[in-house]
Design a protein around this ligand. Sequence first.
Ligand code: ATP
Ligand code: MG
Length: 489
Amino acid sequence: MSESEGKRADKIGAYAEQGNVYIDTLVVEQSEERATLKGIPQNVPLRGATKFVGRDDDLKTIHEQLQRRDRVVTFAIAGMSGVGKTELAIQYAVQYAQEFPGGICWLNAKETDLVGKIFSFVRLCLHQTILSKFDNKPLTLDQQFELCLQDWKPNGAVLMVLDDVSEATDFQSVVQKLPSRFRVLLTTQVRQLDASFFELPLDILAPEKALELLTELMGQDRIQSEQAVAQQLCAGLGYLPLGLELVGRYVAAKPFLSLAEMQERLNIQHEAIAQRPQNYVMTGQRSVTAAFELSWEELNDKAQEMGRFLSLFAADAIPWSLVKWVTEAFEWTTEEMEAARTALYHRSLLQKVDQTSFRLHPLIQEFLAFKLAHSEQADQVRATFAEALIAVAREIPLVLAVGNAEWCEQVISHLEAIAQTQIQYLSNEDLLTLTGSLGRFYKKQALYDSAEFWYTKCLKVLSNRAGDDHPINTISLVRLVNLQVVLQK
Ligand SMILES: Nc1ncnc2c1ncn2[C@@H]1O[C@H](COP(=O)(O)OP(=O)(O)OP(=O)(O)O)[C@@H](O)[C@H]1O
Ligand SMILES: [Mg+2]
């Protein structure tokens, strides 16, 4: 490896070992934090509420229903955004981890490639290989998946969590293939997603539990001295944990602010939001949006800037190494990047997944996207962001070669997001680089359908831009032909 390649590999934290080790044969070390959940292989996001309140009965109900042994059980936690569905699923997974010796596989249901994500889990957390050939013949994706499920080790019940499902059809084909030792827990904003599921309609917190959460966040003294206002605050926030958390942290950071003053500030924001044209109001409750606005105003310019561009990432765990890449494109120093992320974290605008990555709550991501769309620099931010991610895409072949498979798995959904949503900011060459890297990533894992999808998408976009007969299309065509050659071998 050349010196410059070496530096680039360092930058992404690639392993020092070199050589042509490929992603599908690699055994990757799990991060220590991940491995510590009672010895159970899992990838549960390790964030957690400051204090988890008011859901003891729900935890018991989920467990009772998931105990049924006769067939794959699917249990849906359904309720509005911010009510605490993902948190309840995390708490269940953590508290009942030992019931699932076969592992806990956490999936973001918004992913287009669920099977690919399950393969990642099997490689990274179970340390098993996904077979791509049998008897020297290439296997279809369905066959690969079937074999993967058959070979799934260790034995015993497996919990599969599908977070944030919007359509039952998105995952039914996967669930139908699961052996009976699998249990499926999903979270969804859609009530009665499917008549065959057990459903737990998750409601807002009971008033006394909401107050308990606010007390935990603000401290006993402040609540006691203004008990009635505290109760009004809880009611005004619709007893939604997400809003309570933001307001709680806001007050906690201001030792001399009274709760009555806080209430007043929220009212002012609330009125300002009510004046916005309809399409400027977020889908969330106005009072929760008011809490977002107050937290937003507390941020300095750099933290706001970071908030805006974070909204461009996919709705998935975001590795800090990737954010660093973007801040470098914006010419920030490491200190500026660290100060901005700390400010966002302290205001609960981002949530820690583990030591190296974080997640944005969907409502907060929507709020930040709104801020970006209404900022004067929106176009420039989008273009620089896309440029930074193209630089990341260029690393993928290198990283595959030096063997940092986990990093690749973490960045791939974000690269796909720009290929889906920011395409107008990509030049023809950028698009070729990006789809080339995505295709290679999937080819290495024998996920040929996904590789074909990206090569075809590139061909379509470039044909539209340059015309069907333009020589630039040759690259995509050659890639597609090569793919067919591999498939026929
Ligand atoms: N019972 C609870 N006790 C304390 N905090 C909670 C509780 N439930 C949720 N929270 C906190 O409230 C916030 C929102 O919860 P969560 O992300 O689970 O909402 P959600 O219902 O999954 O929303 P969405 O449908 O938008 O994904 C999180 O920061 C979470 O930590
Ligand atoms: Mg959720």
